[in-house]
Every structure is written in structure tokens, then in C-alpha cells.
Design a protein around this ligand. Structure first.
Ligand code: E4P
Length: 214
């Protein structure tokens, strides 16, 4: 399973990249706005830290505007991926960009039908949002299992990025479901390698070692 980092914070990305755990990065307009820095500068800096795909999202809602932004963003770095919303205009832009060899990530997917449409339009990545579905009382992880089945049934090339991850259980269940990628908030990642029994175990080993030396 690949890990993308769901953040636009360069310090978080550097910390995780040092561990070899950053296979890519996804950003969105909210994450970029949170950093309070210029969009292009941030994306180029992230693309220089991580060699894998880095998603940068368009703001336009009309296909014409999306494509104008996409062709500009695609020049910023060789590993940039154009993130598009799951709308009719987004699908049109996805199809055109795919035909022109530009990688895409279709975002804000909440149903099997939407994932199927994005895969058929040629999306490199499709991003179903598990946390936001859980928020409205719908099991987000069921969508991941179903999309994995659909992709396998027809051999679509799109990879599933599990998005809107809120906790360790989401990461574990996404891996068990066979999702290709999980995009994980920078703040959540450290909890993936931590366990209280590990800390207790280290303390006990050190205490026993200390006794032996006395
Ligand atoms: C990533 O591509 C998504 O934009 C992100 O995971 C959304 O997460 P949120 O639902 O916690 O905002």
C-alpha cells in the first residue's frame, strides 16, 4: 500500500519523507489556504521534496477554466498531478488531460457510480472520501471495498486513493480492503507507528538492563 501525505505543510512532509514513508502528497484548496503561502511556491517546494505524485487541485468549475489551470499547473513540476472535482466538467477535463498524457486525480467521490465514471474517463487516481461519508452515517470503507471490486472486475488502470482518513482504523481497513493508496494527514502518521505496549516494553527492557549493570 502506498502512503500519500494529506497535507501542504512542508515540515510535516520533510519529517515523513526522511522515514521513506512518503510515496506522494495530496493537497486541496483548504490545505493550501491553511499554510497561507503562494500556491505555486508550495506545490513546487513539495514536488522537490517528494519524487512521487503531488496532487494540486484546480479551482475552476467550468471545464474550460479547469483545463486552463491544469495546463499551467502541469508545467510547475514533472511529478505534479491535476486534481479535479467529480462533476461533468471535471470528467470532461479528466478525459482531455488523460488523452494528452497528464495525470489526474478525481476527487470528492462518494459513490460507486462516481468512481466508475472517473475510472472510465481515464483518471490516474480516484479519491473516495471515507471520513465525510462516516460523518453522515454511511460506512465509508464499504465504498472502498466496492470500488476495489469494480476496478478489478474490469481492469481499470485507476488507483484508489482512500481520502478523508480520520484514524488508524481507516488506514488498517483500507489496507485490508486492498486500496492502492491511503492519503494520510501529517498529524495522524506518527500514531501509526506508536503503541503503548511498545513504550512500556522499552521502559521495562531499559530498567532490567539498568539493574544488571548495578
Ligand atoms: C484528499 O485528497 C482530500 O482532499 C482530503 O483527504 C479530505 O479530507 P477531509 O475530509 O478530512 O477534509
Amino acid at each position: 500500500m502506498k502512503f500519500f501525505l494529506d497535507t501542504a505543510n512542508v515540515d510535516e512532509i520533510k519529517r515523513i519523507a526522511k522515514l521513506g514513508l512518503a510515496d506522494g502528497v495530496t493537497t486541496n484548496p483548504s490545505l493550501i489556504a491553511k499554510e497561507g503561502r503562494d500556491f505555486k511556491t508550495v506545490i513546487q517546494e513539495i514536488c522537490s521534496i517528494v519524487s512521487g505524485p503531488v496532487s494540486a487541485e484546480v479551482i475552476g468549475t467550468k471545464a474550460e477554466d479547469m483545463l486552463k489551470e491544469a495546463y499551467e499547473i502541469a508545467q510547475w513540476a514533472p511529478n505534479v498531478v491535476i486534481k479535479l472535482p467529480m462533476t461533468e466538467d471535471g470528467l470532461y477535463a479528466c478525459h482531455e488531460l488523460t488523452q494528452n498524457g497528464i495525470k489526474t486525480n478525481v476527487t470528492l467521490i462518494f459513490s460507486v457510480a462516481q468512481g466508475l465514471m472517473a475510472a472510465k474517463a481515464g483518471a490516474t487516481y480516484i479519491s473516495p472520501f471515507v471520513g465525510r461519508l462516516d460523518d453522515i452515517g454511511v460506512e465509508g470503507m464499504k465504498l472502498i471495498r466496492e470500488l476495489r471490486t469494480v476496478i478489478d472486475n474490469y481492469g481499470y488502470k485507476s488507483e484508489i486513493i482512500v481520502a478523508s482518513i480520520r484514524g488508524i482504523a481507516h488506514v488498517e481497513q483500507a489496507a485490508i480492503a486492498g486500496a492502492h493508496i491511503g492519503t494520510i494527514p501529517g498529524s495522524l502518521l506518527p500514531s501509526l507507528w506508536k503503541h503503548p505496549l511498545t513504550d512500556i516494553g522499552i521502559e521495562k527492557f531499559l530498567a532490567d538492563w539498568g539493574k544488571m549493570k548495578q
